[in-house]
Design a protein around this ligand. Structure first.
Ligand SMILES: *Cc1c(COP(=O)(O)O)cnc(C)c1O
Length: 417
């Protein structure tokens, strides 16, 4: 007998024996309501998208109004106020002259577009042979082929696809600003074949919540520039207040040549992504040659509903103290997770902005850990060797404390001292 569920193929899931998913029927604030009436405090804001909590009335109203006027229209040859306004606002809040916005519909595609921009920029300048990218071990940039090729080649979820992927150059992130010699010599060796360097600023997210100080990011930017290579900053995870500033690059005082956004761009309401280029990158595409144009154009590019949601999300970042809220979450995470520091069986406890991560040395039975977290009324999804919290920036103290308490208790139970 089949059930409706048998027709779904689920993300990163072994369909033969995975625990059945929980059915969600409603969301509000920082809560997910299940079909059986249980209500879970969401510790990860639906993969870090719901920055203002779920169903924010201001975003809902903006999307509803747009739905009345024009849910979608193609972007080739047409334009509309929601996209124009959003592009201008993103240009205004992003550092430096990151002023030229290309919209798409997912983070992976935003990365694909960034890689294509960098590669075609060289071709448009008459330089051939720059067909590869330098990426960092531990990184994650998405699940499409080009994005997969710049993810960690060994630890990522994509090892099996090695033979299908373009071969890139990988390097370790420098451990400090003074230790950039390996990166420097790697770039010196390969620079004639490289189109760009790609990095996740301050935090390698899906690769394991590994953090590096702003000085290291600044050094990566400096070394890339010294070798004449554009820098792509993948802020899909870090953008919109997650690390304590609106964008992680601000903390290092750098302006990347290309920057990718998605995840929290619409406040978690719907799919939208952006690849933003500096004036110099954009200018490399302005030409009398039609073939020099950027050759990309997703069907649902700049979807008006999604742009309306993103504009409303930016209103909230402007009008409400999100960055301060994020930093307060960080302080509470720091204090709340402190009892786990130094505990045997754990490799570390890391906090940056509104991100808290606990890493195991020996990974316990994650299915059991996930079950226990749900039993304690929280929605937290450990993966690899870590369990982490990235709640909505609007979470209140009781809900945050419940998340922290659940993680501390469950980690202690799973990691006997
Ligand atoms: C999630 C993520 C992506 C991929 O975004 P999708 O919308 O899932 O395609 C790329 N880069 C980073 C840093 C991410 O966190």
């Amino acid at each position: 007998m089949t059930t409706p569920r048998d027709h779904l193929w689920r993300p990163y899931t072994q369909m033969k024996n995975a625990a059945p998913p929980l059915e969600a029927v409603r969301t509000h604030g920082t809560r997910i309501v299940l079909a059986d009436g249980r209500e879970l405090v969401d510790g990860i804001a639906s993969w870090w998208t719901a920055a203002h909590g779920y169903n924010h009335p201001h975003i809902r109203a903006a999307v509803a109004a747009q739905l009345e006027a024009m849910p979608h229209v193609m972007f080739g040859g047409l334009t509309h106020a929601p996209a124009e306004g959003l592009a201008a606002r993103l240009a205004a809040v992003l550092p430096g002259d990151l002023d030229h916005v290309f919209f798409s519909d997912s983070g992976s595609v935003a990365v694909e577009v960034a890689l294509k921009m960098a590669a075609q920029m060289w071709l448009n300048r008459g330089v051939t042979g720059r067909t590869r990218f330098l990426a960092f071990r531990g990184g994650y940039h998405g699940d499409t082929l080009g994005a997969m090729s710049v993810c960690d080649p060994d630890e990522g979820m994509h090892r099996r696809f090695g033979a299908y992927l373009p071969t890139q150059i990988f390097c370790d992130l420098p451990t400090s600003a003074e230790r950039s010699a390996a990166l420097d010599s790697c770039l010196a060796r390969h620079r004639e074949t490289l189109a760009a360097v790609i990095v996740e600023p301050l935090v390698q997210g899906a690769g394991g919540m590994r953090m590096h100080p702003p000085e290291v990011l600044a050094e990566v930017a400096r070394v890339a520039q010294a070798h004449g290579l554009p820098l792509i900053a993948d802020e899909i995870f870090t953008g919109f207040g997650r690390t304590g500033t609106l964008f992680a690059c601000e903390q290092a005082g750098i302006v990347p040549d290309i920057l990718c956004l998605s995840k929290a761009l619409t406040g978690g309401t719907m799919a939208l992504a952006a690849t933003v280029a500096t004036r110099a990158v954009f200018d490399a595409f302005r030409s009398d040659d039609p073939a020099a144009a950027l050759m990309h154009g997703p069907t649902f590019m700049a979807n008006p509903l999604a742009c309306a949601a993103a504009n409303a999300s930016l209103d909230l970042f402007e009008g409400e103290p999100r960055l301060a809220q994020g930093r307060a979450i960080g302080e509470r995470l720091e204090a709340g997770l402190a009892p786990l520091r130094g505990r045997p069986g754990l490799a570390g406890v890391r906090v940056l902005g509104a991100i808290g991560a606990v890493q195991w040395t020996e990974v316990p039975d994650l299915a059991a850990v996930k079950r226990r977290l749900v039993e304690r009324g929280v929605w937290v999804r450990p993966f690899g060797d870590i369990v982490y919290l990235t709640p909505a920036l609007t979470i209140d103290e009781p809900d945050l404390d419940r998340l922290i308490e659940a993680v501390v208790t469950v980690v202690c139970d799973a990691t006997p001292a």
